[in-house]
Design a protein around this ligand. Structure first.
Ligand SMILES: Cc1ncc(C[n+]2csc(CCOP(=O)(O)OP(=O)(O)O)c2C)c(N)n1
Ligand SMILES: [Mg+2]
Length: 387
């Protein structure tokens, strides 16, 4: 009854063949059990009878499962063939698809004309199936739309909750990143451009400053080269003079390309650079703090940003706490609108870690092998104790 290996048919598993196998199994069971009871009746024979029955029952069940799988595979095969036929523009390829779907000898013998006729019949016959596929796809798309809405709501809720944690954080009198970006967002037009440098401030922008239009946020995201922002802001403004362009740059990065401010003055490009002044190469300092309990070469000497601005003939404002945010933003954005570049010394609060920093520390630790993990964790603990 089983299919011979070299016998190729147009069906992966023939339903009739399967039903026949089930009946065959049942007959076998009856035959075995019958012969045992005739040969030597008694307790042992009864056990064997049950065993034989059990075997055949299992065989029948296996066949039934195989039959259902076969139906599914068979249907998928037809669906794929239909899709291939519909998709191909090349008649020769279409013929090949039909030939492949035919029993071997028939496929070899059929002429192109016969195959073309078969193809037409196949496409017509499958039309109702095609409609079913379409309906399935539609269901899937509609399901996806509902999923999209669910995910969007969840993201919005998570973001609102995350913002709350920032607003509730004690900034110790310094400028709250969350309040700064909320105020900046309110004052910046939707197509206003924000250019960030590389550092902790980059992730603060990503996490706390919603962007309302494509191509309005720029940062050196591939090689993360510090020093991008000061000239980047000038470049963006020269390319889009009609847009408001501001930069967010660290007090480390501003030392790298800060003198480019002279170009803005020379070109009369009205831009604003907000220097997030925390006295450290914070992105690295924060990552050092957890494993080493030290800040190695990441604490910066003081930088007189007002003097730097004056030296370059650009305007200057200091933002020392949350109370300064609105007034400073008002003044610097109007100065930029009048074509006068401005540098702002933002005494930013970096006492709360970004999700990025939290995530990086955790992810890096996970990637290490067990020995390295144990070494890092024990050193971190030891340094917590010994200082
Ligand atoms: C040219 C260059 N050197 C070093 C680094 C490594 N690096 C990434 S962030 C960072 C600290 C940036 O400090 P700062 O500009 O003050 O920004 P903050 O992290 O304090 O916001 C450093 C040193 C880099 N990305 N590019
Ligand atoms: Mg810094």
């Amino acid at each position: 009854m089983a299919r011979k290996a070299d016998q190729k048919t147009d069906s992966v598993l023939d339903p009739i063949e399967r039903v026949t196998e089930v009946i065959f199994g049942a007959l076998m069971a009856l035959t075995f059990t019958g012969s045992f009871s005739v040969a030597s009746p008694g307790e042992e024979v009864r056990t064997m009878m049950w065993a034989a029955l059990g075997c055949n029952l299992a065989w029948g069940l296996t066949d039934a499962v195989m039959y259902l799988i076969g139906l599914k595979v068979e249907r998928q095969r037809r669906v794929t063939l239909l899709q291939q036929l519909q998709a191909t523009q090349d008649p020769e390829r279409a013929r090949q698809f039909v030939r492949d779907a035919l029993p071997e000898r028939l496929g070899e013998a059929a002429s192109p004309g016969v195959i073309d006729a078969l193809q037409r019949t196949l496409l017509e016959a499958e039309e109702s199936d095609g409609a079913k596929i379409l309906a399935d796809r539609l269901d899937h798309v509609q399901g996806a739309e509902q999923r999209r809405e669910r995910v969007a709501t969840r993201i919005a809720n998570d973001k609102a909750a995350y913002l709350e944690t920032w607003l509730a954080h004690d900034t110790g009198g310094r400028v709250s990143p969350a309040r700064f970006f909320q105020a900046l967002r309110r004052r910046l037009p939707d197509d206003g451009i924000v250019v960030a440098d590389d550092g902790n401030h980059t992730f603060l922008v990503a996490e706390l400053m919603p962007m309302h239009a494509p191509r309005t946020f720029f940062s050196p995201s591939d090689f993360n080269s510090m020093g991008y922002c000061v000239p980047g802001v000038i470049g963006a403004k020269l390319a889009r003079p009609d847009r408001v362009v501001v930069g967010i740059v660290g007090d480390g990065a501003v030392r790298m390309t800060g003198l480019e401010m002279a170009t803005a003055v020379a070109q009369g490009t009205g831009v604003v650079w907000f220097v997030f002044n925390d006295g450290e190469l914070a992105q690295i300092a924060q990552a050092q703090q957890v494993p080493y309990n030290r800040k190695t070469c990441t604490v910066l000497p003081p930088l007189d940003l007002e003097a730097l601005a004056r030296a370059n003939s650009v305007g200057f404002e200091a933002m020392s706490g949350d109370a300064d945010i609105e007034g400073v933003l008002e003044r610097v954005l109007s100065s930029a609108a009048a074509g006068r570049p401005v540098l702002v010394d933002v005494r930013i609060d970096y006492s709360k870690r970004t999700r990025f920093t939290e995530g990086t520390i955790r992810t890096n630790l996970k990637r290490f092998d067990l020995g390295t993990k144990a070494r890092l964790v024990s050193r971190a603990l030891w340094r917590r104790i010994t200082g």
